[in-house]
Design a protein around this ligand. Structure first.
Ligand code: KE4
Length: 430
């Protein structure tokens, strides 16, 4: 496959934007080589500048659950476009999207629309701090919540000590209010609350993790998070930016049977355009300006085009219910990948929840960042490129989820399994 035009485009982009991209995950740093520049997308497929076609499993990192260019989304955005692109004033469409979210997620009585998942989590932790009057936020290694200063923090010297910045520009003062614990470690969470319980404003977690690869919570861990936050008067925040409307129409909380105090959303609720949201009980959300005193604002929040794409997407998900078929397609892919890894004698394990999954290059199950970080990322990189050469576009990092969309077919899944079989055999030989 020639990718000359992508290489030339990347050389130009690097002279204009840091690293030639507008989000680091896209720069292929984790797999090496030059990123592929996309010309267009349709259904389950991406087409690069050189005309190569790929079966797409990144789906814009989650939003494209219906596939690219769904006619109802295209029609809704086109119709909105001709009525103007932004007003900076309230519209009925924002209430319609809010109603769809509130109907889908019972723990949400009121919701505020923003422009990204990062804005949603940043606002949710500010609200938790404003509502409780406390400072400390608990997060978990391997969970990513966007580039919020308070959440760009590495674990402190020992799990029960407050965090240290893990990016230049994040101050020690900011990091000091963040506690980073081990995911799926109920005992560690108990210890942290015993030591800091009266200072903790909120606990934020991915209820099904996508950002270390797909990792499910243990019942004990999730139950501890719910019990301890309630016992100490802290808020439990489910970051469902990725899992919201992805693993079920009601999100991961509808599958796990645990009700958070706040939920953050993004990705799918914008249907590929910029929308994030945070929501919860009115008693908490009415602390947000102008109903309350916790400040949060945004010029393009509730943007008519983005909201139109979100409404159209959620209505298709609600009315056509693709979830059983998404589950079946993902199950077919999981079975095929596991068999291909066994046949190639490559040690792999799978993390999977509905239409998001990860093939870990690890002989042991991945349950937290410690086990995830022991994966063979070099072999994953060879597997990634082996698939690219065969027209399959997987996440460009071992520590990401792949996504099956409603536009994928069984033939796409079978072609992917065959490509993976060949790519895995190559990695075994390397
Ligand atoms: P954004 O600010 O990128 O819209 O959302 C941040 C965010 C928050 N919470 C979760 C659970 C997320 O997964 C994300 C963003 N996900 C990454 C990929 N795993 C986005 C890709 C990128 O950064 O380019």
């Amino acid at each position: 496959m020639s990718r000359t035009k992508s290489q030339l485009a990347f050389a130009r982009a690097k002279t204009l934007m840091p690293g030639g991209v507008n989000s680091p995950a896209r720069a292929f740093g984790a797999v090496g080589g030059d990123p592929i520049f996309i010309d267009r997308a349709q259904g389950a497929y991406l087409y690069d500048l050189d005309g190569n076609r790929y079966i797409d499993y990144i789906g814009s990192w989650g939003p494209m659950i219906l596939g690219h260019g769904h006619p109802k989304v295209v029609e809704a955005v086109t119709r909105a476009l001709h009525r103007g692109t932004s007003y900076g004033a309230p519209t009925e469409a924002e209430s319609e999207l809010a109603e769809l979210v509130i109907e889908a997620v019972p723990s949400i009585e009121k919701v505020r629309l923003v422009n990204s998942g990062t804005e949603a989590t940043m606002s949710a932790i500010r609200l938790a701090r404003g509502y409780t009057g406390r400072d400390v936020i608990v997060k978990f290694a391997g969970n990513y919540h966007g580039h919020v200063d308070s959440l760009l923090v590495a674990a402190g010297s020992s799990a029960a000590t407050l965090g240290a910045p893990n990016s230049p520009g994040v101050t020690c003062g900011t990091a000091r209010d963040t506690l980073v614990l081990r995911y799926n470690d109920a005992a560690g969470l108990h210890a942290a609350f015993e030591r800091h319980g009266q200072e903790i404003a909120g606990v934020i977690l991915e209820p099904v993790v996508g950002n270390m690869g797909v990792v499910k919570p243990s019942e004990e861990f999730l139950s501890a998070a719910r019990t301890l936050t309630r016992q100490y008067g802290a808020l439990l925040i489910f970051d469902e930016v990725m899992t919201g409307f992805r693993v079920a129409y009601g999100g991961a909380q509808s599958l796990l049977g645990v009700t958070p105090d706040l939920t953050t959303l993004g990705k799918i609720i914008g249907g590929g355009l910029p929308v994030g949201a945070y929501g919860g009980p009115a008693a908490i959300m009415d602390h947000v300006l102008p109903a309350g005193k916790v400040f949060q604002a945004g010029t393009l929040s509730g943007n008519p085009l983005a909201v139109a794409a979100g409404i159209a997407t959620l209505k298709v998900l609600r009315d056509e219910n693709p979830y059983p078929r998404l589950h079946a397609l993902a199950a077919r892919l999981v079975g095929g990948l596991e068999q291909a890894a066994r046949d190639a004698d490559v040690a792999c394990s799978v993390g999977w929840c509905e239409s998001m999954l990860t093939l870990f290059f690890s002989s042991q199950p991945v349950t937290d960042w410690d086990t995830a970080s022991r994966c063979d990322t070099k072999r994953y990189a060879r597997y990634f490129w082996g698939l690219v050469e065969r027209g399959v576009y997987m996440p460009c990092s071992q520590f990401e989820a792949l996504f099956v969309s409603a536009a994928h077919t069984e033939a796409d899944i079978d072609a992917t399994i065959e490509a993976a079989r060949q790519a895995l055999a190559e990695t075994a030989a390397a």
